[in-house]
Design a protein around this ligand. Structure first.
Ligand code: SF4
Ligand code: SF4
Length: 186
């Protein structure tokens, strides 16, 4: 984490103020809905080429240990390989692990029984960091390929993750992204 923050090029690191983030993301909800709807019209590769460098830039300046809002407010899905890996760490049978920590959601997927996540420490560190679920490793997915396909999730994640909020705000400042572009084939 520390080494990653050393790579931060912004003069000011992103300060994680979750109350302010909640207010701002609520205020910008309509604007963001409209903006992300517009992004759906972009060619997948083009949008990836715009978002991925901003993802790197923003996360280089974000200290997730000051935040942990994803772990506090939303839980990951646990796929079979996650359950196998984590129950092994606890020296539990997978069934025991499921009974102790998980429940099935309306789609029949394993999720946490409650949030904040059971594995989150008071210092915002994850007790099972090395074996954490794939969904946690990949959150908030803004470095994934084909961003056009996950913009509905990104819209929801703006309200969870201050880094996603920043990424979207930076994206809006790129010429031609917010204002209608006259050039063909975005
Ligand atoms: S919500 Fe975003 S900024 Fe906060 S800990 Fe999770 S990934 Fe990091
Ligand atoms: S498993 Fe770890 S990274 Fe995932 S939500 Fe829980 S505390 Fe956060």
């Amino acid at each position: 984490m520390f080494l990653r923050l050393l790579r931060c090029k912004d003069t000011i690191r992103i300060t994680v103020d979750l109350l302010r983030h909640k207010e701002l993301s609520k205020l910008k909800r309509k604007e963001n809905e409209k903006f992300l709807k517009r992004l759906k019209k972009f060619k997948p590769q083009k949008l990836d080429s715009l978002i991925h460098p901003i993802h790197d830039e923003v996360f280089a300046c974000t200290d997730c240990l000051q935040c942990a809002n994803c772990c506090k407010t939303t839980g990951p899905k646990f796929i079979e390989s996650d359950i196998t890996r984590i129950s092994k760490l606890f020296k539990m049978k997978t069934r025991e692990f499921e009974d102790e920590y998980l429940r099935k959601d309306s789609e029949g997927e394993f999720v946490l029984k409650s949030v904040p996540c059971t594995f989150l420490g008071a210092d915002n560190k994850c007790y099972i960091y090395d074996v954490r679920p794939k969904a946690c490793r990949e959150f908030p997915h803004t470095d994934r390929r084909k961003q056009t396909q996950i913009l509905d999730h990104t819209l929801k994640n703006i309200e969870v993750c201050p880094a996603v909020y920043e990424i979207v705000e930076k994206l809006k400042k790129i010429p031609g992204v917010t204002a209608p572009s006259k050039s063909k084939g975005r």
